[in-house]
Design a protein around this ligand. Sequence first.
Ligand SMILES: *Cc1c(COP(=O)(O)O)cnc(C)c1O
Length: 427
Amino acid sequence: MANNNPGFATLAVHAGAQPDPTTGARATPIYQTTAYVFENADHAAALFGLKQFGNIYTRIMNPTQGVLEERVAALEGGAAGLAVASGHAAQMLVFHTLMQPGDNFVAAKKLYGGSINQFGHAFKNFGWQVRWADTDNPDSFAAEIDDRTRAIFIESLANPGGTFVDIAAIAEVARRHGLPLIVDNTMASPYLVRPLEHGADIVVHSATKFLGGHGNSMGGVIVDGGTFDWSQSDKFPTLSQPRSEYSNVVLHETFGNMAFAIACRVLGLRDLGPAIAPMNAFLLLTGIETLPLRMQRHCDNALKVAHWLKSHEKVAWVRYAGLADDPNHALQQRYAPKGAGAVFTFGVKGGYEAGKALVEGLQLFSHLANIGDTRSLVIHPASTTHAQLTPEQQTAAGAGPDVVRLSVGIEDPDDIIADLAQALSKT
Ligand SMILES: *Cc1c(COP(=O)(O)O)cnc(C)c1O
């Protein structure tokens, strides 16, 4: 690019991509292939031995996937990326690289419900223990750390309530203990928040949501900030010790600031297998081209809707960090001055039953378990996404019985408000 420090909107359209060298195709082609012909036997051996980068087999890398990886890494300001089949796959591979059986990590209590399940249930079978802490109190993370702790995990803009987290304060706790801070940046997207600039070491995404933005493809991305020193202690042997399966290469020594992303690819993705489909990588890339436009519109619409709900007689409360009197407003102004995101919660008078009735009455809004679509979406977390949690966990996660969650789309704001008006009139 002519400007060697291109802006965010330019990176969203161009980063990682160039016209196809064989055909001149301007859009990134969908490389719908499983494998790639080696130039000769030495080339094949070099690829398998990690002596040379290149395509071997689409479970490990694919050129369409590669453009997606470079683009998201550029948008986050990271050193390298890895795209995988889903956000949950990204989380699994990050922890697989950091943890041994018997290790633990400390995670925020306010998280996407699926992450609470993954950490609390599925990860147990790997011998990985999660400990919960409160993002409003960074010291509560420190209190859970012991000599088997390997990471801290938070969301920059936390589900389901849409609350901004003081990333820098928690990064400081991680740094003091020699641990990496992993930030799930799904809800904010790098358009609103760039966690690596606030001290995070690794960013994960469910690209299924705002990055892709159209509710049509699953994907996940890991971004390696490139700044964490994996050799400062003996806590991360995957990165700091010789790997026998790759002729005793030490990943951190050999790959420097991209070691973490490479470990996630050549150990985690290779052996656990959640590869992204090339078609999905293409659809997500296409979505990312309009991320800045969509995200701003999501934020502007959400603010209008939140203001309107606040004055409605059947609405008990609204929590949207973009509202000037919201307790989270100061953090939003500090971390995401462009806007407070699309997702927020409010309470309907009448509790659990009224929440369900509202969801049933909406017509423009789709009642489903997703966020970050162009379309406006609604869900009643207590009866759906957070139903598997105990009542205490539900309330701690911001998903109590009267809570309704909106993911405000990019339609005309007057139409979104009219739909809420007619549905509220029936509760
Ligand atoms: C959806 C979501 C995930 C999980 O991502 P999938 O792509 O559904 O696997 C993780 N974190 C957050 C914040 C999410 O919204």
